[in-house]
Design a protein around this ligand. Structure first.
Ligand SMILES: C[S@@+](CC[C@H](N)C(=O)[O-])C[C@H]1O[C@@H](n2cnc3c(N)ncnc32)[C@H](O)[C@@H]1O
Length: 223
């Protein structure tokens, strides 16, 4: 993401210039920071408060504490010891969005801590956002739920971006994280097609891009 896809996302934010951007999956805030630095947007971003675990209960995102500057190694970061060194959980409270705060841009970031499938967005009007990046949980049901929320919340002419999408079968075979994304996109293909004037894979990145059309999103009409 950092090396290959971040410049593409930065290019899109620089040119589309969203005023209100939504990101599913904050992690340390790298994606949110890209948007905040490239345009004047305010960013809303959602992440599980306590971080993601795999099937075995292991932390999905962690790092050695020594790799953090003292300022960013917040007291509330979740820690554990491994091989005599301290490991911190990088997608749990205290670490979520930290890069944005370290860059002094926290005043433009609205952080939401929950499972995105349980996010209460009832008071947000349809079309509230100019763009959305779907880059949270990679399980099919999470991606599907985030996609349907984004279709409702992004305005006509706005951008929908999915990260970790790649239609290449070899990439899908070798990288488990993209399978759930591809399965969700395939399942919702007809719905996405109906609500986007254009949508395409940015080859050879791991980004799928859709341009929202002016069709009103009807949750009862999902196929
Ligand atoms: C790939 S990382 C996000 C990367 C981030 N967008 C960036 O640009 O650096 C995925 C994040 O989604 C979070 N996540 C996983 N499942 C989630 C869920 N159901 N609801 C909200 N966040 C979730 C994880 O904790 C993790 O921080």
């Amino acid at each position: 993401m950092e090396e290959n896809d971040a410049p593409i996302l930065r290019y899109l934010y620089r040119h589309a210039r969203p005023r209100r951007h939504l990101e599913f999956g904050t992690w340390e805030g790298r994606g949110a920071l890209a948007c905040l630095q490239e345009c004047d947007a305010a960013v809303w971003s959602i992440n599980l408060r306590d971080g993601e675990t795999d099937d075995q209960g292991r932390w999905a995102y962690d790092a050695w504490l020594d790799d953090f500057t003292p300022a960013s190694a917040s007291a509330i970061m979740t820690r554990t010891a491994r091989n005599g060194r301290t490991v911190v959980r990088t997608d749990a409270l205290g670490a979520i969005g930290r890069l944005v705060h370290e860059a002094g841009l926290g005043h433009r970031l609205c952080q939401i801590y929950c499972d995105s499938r349980r996010w209460d967005r009832a008071n947000l009007p349809d079309g509230f956002f100019d763009s959305a990046l779907i880059d949270g949980g990679h399980a099919e049901d999470v991606v599907a739920s985030d996609t349907l929320n984004a279709l409702r919340l992004v305005r006509s002419g706005g951008l929908l971006l999915w990260h970790d999408y790649c239609p290449d079968p070899l990439a899908q075979e070798t990288c488990a994280s993209i399978r759930g994304v591809v399965d969700a996109i395939n399942r919702l293909a007809a719905t996405i097609r109906r609500h986007c004037s254009d949508w395409f894979w940015i080859e050879p990145s791991w980004i799928l891009l859709g341009v929202r059309n002016d069709r009103v999103f009807d949750p009862g009409d999902v196929r």
